[in-house]
Design a protein around this ligand. Structure first.
Ligand code: GLY
Length: 306
């Protein structure tokens, strides 16, 4: 295998079942997000800018559980969590249970870059968004017709949705200067209770970055992932091994300790190596390597590694 080189970027559209979806449209979605991030890296932009841009595209795509298209909670509302991580100085910004911004990932970035804090939640996070110049939108503008119909159906028959369905979105990148970053954004799990927050905004669990090793973004059952700090485990494992080997090792440890694991993980090594792994039936994933080669798959093969 050729030696990895920088810059490089990988995105995921969520670990889940992905049954009854237009596979071509899903793959187009992750591919477009990866290419958007890649264009920034190719032009000399930073890993932070690249992962934010990739996440924004996925938040705007109704096929994915983030931003517009998020799963609604039991009250029929969208509540979003997001985390952006910066390997320079091991920094992050996070938001949880935000309801009135179009791009939760941008708010997370503003928390990191424009406040002295790391994490805002609920109404206070939406209020901060307005203070920092983001437009506040009605929550219903984040609800797709499909989600609204599913909510009405559930209200009628009182049956919860089964399984994870789709999942959180994320991106991880290393730029030409060797800085790493990740972005993670989600509407959470289907039919979640109001106020429930998963792993996605939790630094170390839903995402992590350290320029010494790499950056990661996780997806799947938050109640499992946050108990294990899956992304910190994976990033810390990139010591003398590739991102792919580290992702596999972290997922194996996770699966050995957490019963019935439902999770996925992408990882960008500071050396430009890329890894991805999932325990679920599918995890749409796309990547771009330093030489501009683009790939996209619904299921990441066990021997995946760049
Ligand atoms: N992994 C997303 C969540 O559990 O909310």
């Amino acid at each position: 295998m050729a030696q990895p080189s920088r810059p490089a970027l990988i995105v995921h559209g969520g670990a889940g079942n992905w049954t009854n979806f237009d596979e071509a449209a899903v793959l187009n979605g992750v591919r477009a997000a990866a290419l958007a991030g890649w264009e920034i890296l190719r032009a000399g932009g930073s890993a932070i800018e690249a992962v934010e841009e990739a996440a924004i595209l996925l938040e705007d795509d109704p096929l994915f559980d983030a931003g517009y298209g998020s799963f609604v909670n039991l009250e029929g509302e969208v509540e979003m969590d997001a985390l952006i991580t910066d390997g320079r100085g091991i920094r992050f910004g996070a938001v949880a249970a935000v309801r009135r911004v179009r791009h939760a990932i941008t708010l997370a970035r503003l928390v990191m870059t424009r406040t002295e804090n790391c994490f805002f939640a609920g109404d206070g996070a939406d209020q901060l968004a307005a203070e920092l110049g983001l437009s506040l939108i009605p929550n219903i503008d984040l609800v797709t017709e499909k989600e609204f119909a599913l909510f009405r159906q559930r209200e009628a028959d009182r049956l919860p949705r089964a399984g994870l369905g789709t999942g959180t979105i994320g991106a991880a990148a290393v730029d030409s200067a060797g800085h790493v970053a990740s972005a993670t954004s989600t509407g959470g799990t289907p039919d979640k209770r109001k106020g429930r927050v998963g792993d996605s905004p939790i630094f170390g669990a839903g995402g992590y970055a350290d320029d010494a090793h790499g950056a990661a973004s996780a997806t799947g059952r938050g109640e499992q992932i946050m108990r294990f700090f899956l992304c910190k485990e994976a990033v810390d494992a990139v010591r003398g091994i590739s991102a792919a080997q580290a992702a596999q090792a972290a997922m194996q440890s996770f699966a050995a300790r957490v019963p019935s694991p439902e999770a996925g993980l992408i990882l960008a090594g500071a050396d430009g190596s890329l890894g991805a792994v999932h325990t679920t039936p599918a995890m749409p994933t796309a990547w771009v390597t330093a030489d501009g080669q683009v790939g996209a798959v619904m299921q990441v093969p066990p021997d995946f590694g760049i």
